[in-house]
Design a protein around this ligand. Sequence first.
Ligand code: GDP
Ligand code: MN
Length: 379
Amino acid sequence: MKLYEYEAKQILQKYGLPIPKGVIISSHKEVVSAWEKLCGNVVLKAQVLVGGRGKAGAIKFPESIEEAKQLAQELFSMKVKGLPVARILVEEKVRIKRELYLGMTFDRSLKRFVIICSPMGGIEIEEIAMSHPEAIKVIPIDPFIGVRPYHAMEVCKHLKLKKENYKELSAILFNMYKAAMDHDAELIEFNPLVLTEDGKVMCVDARLNIDDNATFRHMELVSEERMKYELSDEEIEARKYGLSYVKLDGDIGILGNGAGLVMATMDMVNLYGGKVANFLDIGGGASKEQIEKGLSILIKDPRLKVLLVNVLGGITRCDEVAKAIVSTIEKFKIKIPMVVRLVGTNEELGREILEEKGIHVLSDMEEAVKKAVELAKVS
Ligand code: GDP
Ligand code: MN
């Protein structure tokens, strides 16, 4: 889950991170009082859940109150990479000497958090990784030891900061790590972290992403609005029914039960030269209604040439799956070919229901995948 810059900053400020003073506004009229509060030295930052706002013209530097009003109005009526602007963060303008990059993220292969820093800030880190990989330093944090002063030394050195900034950096790293732990963060990023004209370090931009598997611990941050920006309509629909849906760019749809089985099915489709358009995981023990819903979400996609159902019945019953397939075909008058592999609990019953309707059921996964790929090629 991605947080807006202003939300991330509100949280991180509480951890003592050096965030510029700011006022969040949701109408251009409020810009006047924000301007006054910040003594007329402001930057206007459109709040959208995408990066690269600077380049997209969504960060403005008004010189007068009149200009501030006009630019705020402009920002509220624009779309940034397709996203509407509901709020603007009016922030004290920082006098920047150098832009740096500082991030903390979880490295799954190292099984620990890592600090990522680069003296080249204000540019997307992925871009730097491509053009100047040597500029990026990654420093793992031992979970049993946490952030220690020597981490700050290493970061300072890499960022070419002077000794005077060492204490600030040390506190920033320590507090970032604490905030990351408390919020189950996947990423905390300051891009740019800046060295100001008067020699201080400040977090000019901030990002805080929360691990989706931990959102239940941070429900105060979950909102309908965020769901709408983060998820596609199909994903929201699927979630409502306790299903997970993912859209890809091929032409074969997959419905399966369990993430492992669905992933394996997808791998096998790729292995045999097919491409997956979308997949839906109905999880364990799905009801007929849930499966119907899942199928209807998949088949809405006009790119679909074949639908491959791969179910390994355990707590999911094959007869429920079969009934759902039959009723969905009838309801939506599905014309695209369907390949069904069904084994496990109530397999015989499921098979009967489907074969009665002329749908052939396979029990071998490889055979089913090969057939789906073949059908996608000819249709
Ligand atoms: P992003 O483009 O969405 O990542 O938005 P940022 O908040 O990172 O702002 C983009 C760029 O605008 C930064 O890299 C800075 O160059 C500039 N910028 C943002 N805030 C300030 C500020 O307070 N003072 C100055 N001088 N420049 C700023
Ligand atoms: Mn940025």
